[in-house]
Design a binder for this molecule. Structure first.
Ligand code: F6R
Length: 261
């Protein structure tokens, strides 16, 4: 894993967006794995800007989102489908038929999870997976004790995640208690991973994920096993990392990052 520290949320977000934009330019028919949440709102706004002002072309891109709430229809304003349309898809030239999320209202959730995995494979697998991290250490909705080889499945949400996300719902009771999520094993099959983490509330958990032992208690720690995972953090999220000097050196000196400095 590489960890890159940028001075503030804007710089961190711009770097993550630049990596995604370069992926799309290099391979216009890229399969992108996408995430939702507050962290990604700024990133999607930057991709929309690059589309509108710089002609970043999404016409051949295909996308698979990490997760969706069980029980919510795509039209529900709290669904991740609604979020994705509102934050990104409605503002770029992507073919909406090439954008995929699990169906939260599927009658047979197990079947829906198998369908989703099969569709991902039929599209050739994910070229670049975008990730955030939850306060529980989750990626997608892979809550603590998610098997590190888990596949797409329905998963009960922890109190920590409910507390993190219930503010988006009219009352806490309205928030679904389960999600469908790509598994940790599914995520690890992406050819390339970019994780974006900002803010002091994530400092403790990202330090555990990046520098702590690999454990199903922090599902993001499984990313240490991925051969090409880049974690972009801002200074506030980097506070608890012990190797900050080294991470700064990498960004300032490694050729790979020259174009982004
Ligand atoms: C959502 C997802 C989650 C979020 C995480 C951080 O699709 O994958 O793992 O990335 O919960 O959410 P924010 O950015 O709201 O702190």
């Amino acid at each position: 894993m590489e960890v890159i520290i940028r001075p503030d949320p804007t710089a961190a977000t711009q770097l993550a967006a630049a990596l995604i934009a370069d992926q799309v330019r290099t391979k216009p028919s890229s399969v992108l794995g996408l995430a939702t949440g507050a962290t990604m709102e700024r990133l999607y706004a930057e991709l929309v800007r690059q589309h509108k002002e710089e002609g970043l072309d999404f016409s051949l891109v295909r996308t698979f989102n990490l997760d969706e709430y069980v029980g919510l229809s795509p039209e529900d304003p709290h669904s991740y489908r609604h979020y994705m349309n509102a934050q990104l898809f409605n503002h770029i030239n992507i073919d909406i038929r090439n954008t995929h999320l699990p169906h939260g209202q599927a009658e047979d959730l197990k079947l829906e999870c198998r369908r989703y995995e099969a569709l991902m494979q039929a599209c050739g697998g994910v070229d670049l997976q975008l990730l955030g991290i939850g306060r529980s250490g989750h990626i997608g909705f892979n809550e603590p004790l998610s098997a590190l080889q888990s596949r797409t499945r329905d998963k009960a949400l922890t109190p920590t995640t409910i507390e993190q996300n219930e503010g988006y719902f009219p009352t806490p009771a309205d928030m679904p208690r389960c999600g469908i999520t790509m598994g940790v094993g599914t995520i690890l099959e992406a050819r390339d991973i970019v994780m974006l983490v900002t803010g002091s509330s994530k400092a403790a958990v990202i330090a555990k994920a990046v520098e702590g032992p690999i454990t199903s208690m922090i599902s993001a720690s499984a990313l240490q096993m991925h051969p090409h995972c880049r974690t972009i953090v801002d200074e506030a999220a980097a506070t608890d990392l012990t190797q900050q000097e080294y991470y700064h050196w990498i960004f300032e000196n490694e050729d790979e990052w020259r174009a982004y400095r």
